[in-house]
Design a binder for this molecule. Structure first.
Ligand code: COA
Length: 258
């Protein structure tokens, strides 16, 4: 169905694999359009409860936007390229279903920006992170200047962006950019095991946690109000009644997403 993505669904966890290993999974326009389309699938599917984004092969998550498509772009076309990337990555960030990046190698430029648009990141021990756009006379264009500051703070973010230096997985862990670092062979199992715990929770409550956390960085929203409304609305769900009842009856809750 997709030319550049592989997808699979197992126990309600949907795995999206960017599949251009010969180009280290660089994001060309087809990959970007297909990420856009696959996120519609994520939003609309009743089967998908959570999502993993990863890259094909053992060397690279995504080594950036496809530099082969850059030469000859006008100023206006450059803006449009950034706009498209920002829109698609915002769709990932706003997904009501958790999206986790399983970073299995290079996460550079647009690949790093893709990983940062996910709700959190798990890295293999060979992962490398960077915003090397300055090497090309460019800056990050898919939300990276904003999300990197949000995730690791302004000083570290500016140094990464203006030096183009890569950081390794353990430095990323220390910076809070990734939640776990595991041996590469364990990366997908670790990611799945984290998500299988999330999938056992009430999906409406999970979605509201994401929405409230996103509101911190959305100037058009008052995060406390988003939290208050989300908290209040939970009382109108069957899942909240089930969760509280199950606790009081000392049994495991069965959530239905209503
Ligand atoms: N866009 C297009 N092609 C890319 C790419 C990108 N962002 N990153 C890697 N590739 C291609 C290479 O051109 C090469 O293709 P070829 O075999 O047809 O020549 C192939 O992927 C393998 O990459 P290669 O550079 O040979 O691997 P390496 O192990 O020597 O180096 C990197 C790996 C990641 C350090 C290096 O590929 C690199 O610096 N990539 C660009 C990263 C970047 O600047 N990203 C930001 C873009 S805005």
């Amino acid at each position: 169905m997709y030319k550049t993505l592989l997808t699979s669904l197992e126990e309600n966890i949907f795995t999206i694999t960017i599949n251009r290993p010969e180009k280290l999974n660089a994001i060309n326009q087809t990959v970007m359009s297909e990420l856009d389309a696959v996120m519609d699938e994520v939003y609309n599917s009743n089967e998908i409860r959570s999502v993993i984004i990863t890259g094909a092969g053992t060397k690279s998550f995504v080594a950036g936007a496809d530099i082969g498509e850059f030469l000859g772009l006008t100023i206006d076309e450059g803006r449009k390229l950034a706009q498209k990337g920002q829109d698609v990555f915002l769709k990932i960030e706003k997904s009501p279903k958790p999206v986790v990046a399983a970073v299995n190698g290079f996460a550079l430029g647009g690949g790093h920006e893709l990983a940062m648009s996910c709700h959190f990141r798990i890295a293999s021990d060979n992962a490398k992170f960077g915003q090397p756009e300055v090497n090309l006379g460019l800056i990050p264009g898919y939300g990276g200047t904003q999300r990197l500051v949000q995730l690791i703070g302004k000083g570290r973010a500016i140094e990464m962006m203006i030096s183009g230096n890569m950081i390794d997985a353990n430095t990323a862990l220390q910076f809070g950019l990734v939640n776990y670092v595991v041996p590469q062979v364990e990366l997908m199992n670790k990611t799945r095991s984290v998500l299988s715990i999330v999938n056992s929770k009430g999906p409406l409550a999970v979605a509201k946690c994401i929405e409230a956390a996103n509101a911190v960085f959305d100037e058009t929203k008052n995060g406390y109000e988003v939290e208050m409304n989300g908290f209040g609305n939970c009382f109108g769900t069957q899942d909240m009644k089930e969760g509280a009842t199950a606790f009081l009856q000392k049994r495991k809750a069965v959530f239905i997403g209503k």
